[in-house]
Each structure stands twice: as structure tokens, then as C-alpha cells.
Design a protein around this ligand. Sequence first.
Ligand code: ZN
Length: 339
Amino acid sequence: MRIHAHGGLDQLRLDEVPEPAVRPDEVRVRVRATSINHMDIWVRQGLPGVRVPLPMIPGVDAAGTVETVGETVRHVRTGDRVVVAQGISCGHCAQCLNGSDNLCRDYVLIGEHRDGADAELLVVPGRNVLPLSEDISFEGAAATGLVFLTAWQMVVDKARVQPGETVLVHGAGSGVGSAAIQIARMYGARVIATTSSERKAELARSLGADEVILYTRTELLSEVRRLTEKRGVDVVVDHVGTPVWDVSIKSLAKGGRLVTCGATAGHEAATDLRYIFYKQLSILGSTMGRKGDLLKILGFLASGRLRPVIHSVLPISEVREAHRIVESGEQFGKVVMTV
Ligand code: ZN
């Protein structure tokens, strides 16, 4: 599935292309499942300041089987079930060697700066291929990757959520939101989630949200104050941006932390700095996560402590419909495509 130019859904086209070659340190994966992330929408529409090499195969999350193994790759064999780590980095700078590969200057994502997962075959460096347990379906693995890794770094590494703390998660139905609810709960937090409908609220509770605020019906800030007895929350997990920025700052308790990983509804916001210093707030930026954390997440998935949240599974031939659903925001969880 390729885009030749930026634009609407009609830019997504099924193309026949030659099989990608495999270098000695690479692995070619037969993709069985992939999923749609907001990244795919932006890549298709075009983002100011981000140059996407066209034509390009989008798709950031892939699970499948090993098809060909480069001669210097030792940890997987043909036929192995695998999931693909989305970020590719240099592997030899200080950040990479410290394990913070997503801080590498050369860090790029498949499906953003090079061909991605919406294809029968995907070639990545050998170190990007991680073994996938029989306990996790290809669809489940494809639904997990980017959003759980993103939410993990936000909740665990950046906000350092502690047992007994209260965490406000915006957009419970989003991939990152549905992952953040589960991870914050696993770390012993009380979770307040926001969403748009009763049906989504029920699903949020089934993932472990202690309280759900319907922002379509109630005023968010007063509801947060009521639920926290005017104290505020310890952590806000946000990927929405502009519409919730001010209310997020005001929702925080003294010493609170706001973690942002995205701006799906706008990237400009004004901040009253008095809240920041008077309440001693921390604002933390986050993008993606370390490859090693993906292994931890897969472990929790295999044991059932965390679970992928899937809205629907479509064949890749319906990629336009898959993009449409995610763009509309009607989904709860991930839209997965089988290849
Ligand atoms: Zn590096």
C-alpha cells in the first residue's frame, strides 16, 4: 500500500513493487498484521517540516513471521513469529549505547522516513526484530507496538507514577489513552479517564479506569476537582493538545506532572506561568520509547496483565476505510489490518 503524493484517502494505493533486498544485518518479515496510528494520517496528509520520501509505504506497527534472515543475524530463524520495533537508530552513539535509542540523532520510524508495515514484506535491521510469544496474536501485537511503547515511557519513565497517585488520562478511546489507563493501573494509580460517549466510558472502565468523565456533558475541570476533593491530579497524560492544555495545567495538584506526547487536536497553547512555578509543576515531553521496554510490554501482554485494545480488524485492501475510522475518532482502541 503506497502513497505517491500527500492528500486524502484516495492517495492510498495498492501497488506491485519488487521484493525489498535484504542486507547481511537485516531481516525480511512477512507481515501478517499492521495497525493504523495517527502517524499514518499525518504521513498521508503531509506534515509541515517533515519530509517524507515519496512514494512510500506507510505503517509503523508490524507483526508477522521471519521470511529471510541476513547472514550476520543470529537471534531469529526463518518462520519465527516476530514483532517489529518501529524505531531505527544508529546503534553506536552515546544515547543508543545507553539504551535510549529514541534519543539518537538518527532515530527514524518505519512508515515515516522509510518504507513501513502496510505491505506483504518489510525489511528492517536485525535488532528491530523481537520474538513474539504464541500467547499473543499477530493482530494483538500489531495493535500494541507504538501506542503501548509511547504510553509506557509517559507513565513509567517520564511521570514515574507511584502507587496511590491519581492520573488523568485524556482520550480513553485512543490507542495511547487505552494503553495509559492500563499501565497507570498496573502501577497502582487511581485513573480518571476522559471520553466522549457512554459506550466508550464503559469500555474505559473495563480497562481499569476508576472514574470516567464525559467531556461532552460535564465541565472537565470542575469534575476533576470534585473527584479529587479539590486537590487535583498528580499526573496528566495528554496527546490531544490545544483543547485540553489549559484545563490540564489547572487540573494538576501541587508538584504535579503533565506528560505530552502529541497534539492530535492542535499544537499551539498558552500557559499561565504562575501555575507552573506556584504549584511547582513539571511539563514533560515524550515521544516513542526504548526498544527494551517493548520486550517488557510483550511480557505483560503474554501474561495477560496488559491487553491490546482492538476496535476492528480489516483486510489491508480496506486501508482507506481503516484511515477513515481513525481520522473520524469514532473508534475505541486500534484499527488493525491483516495482510
Ligand atoms: Zn544512535
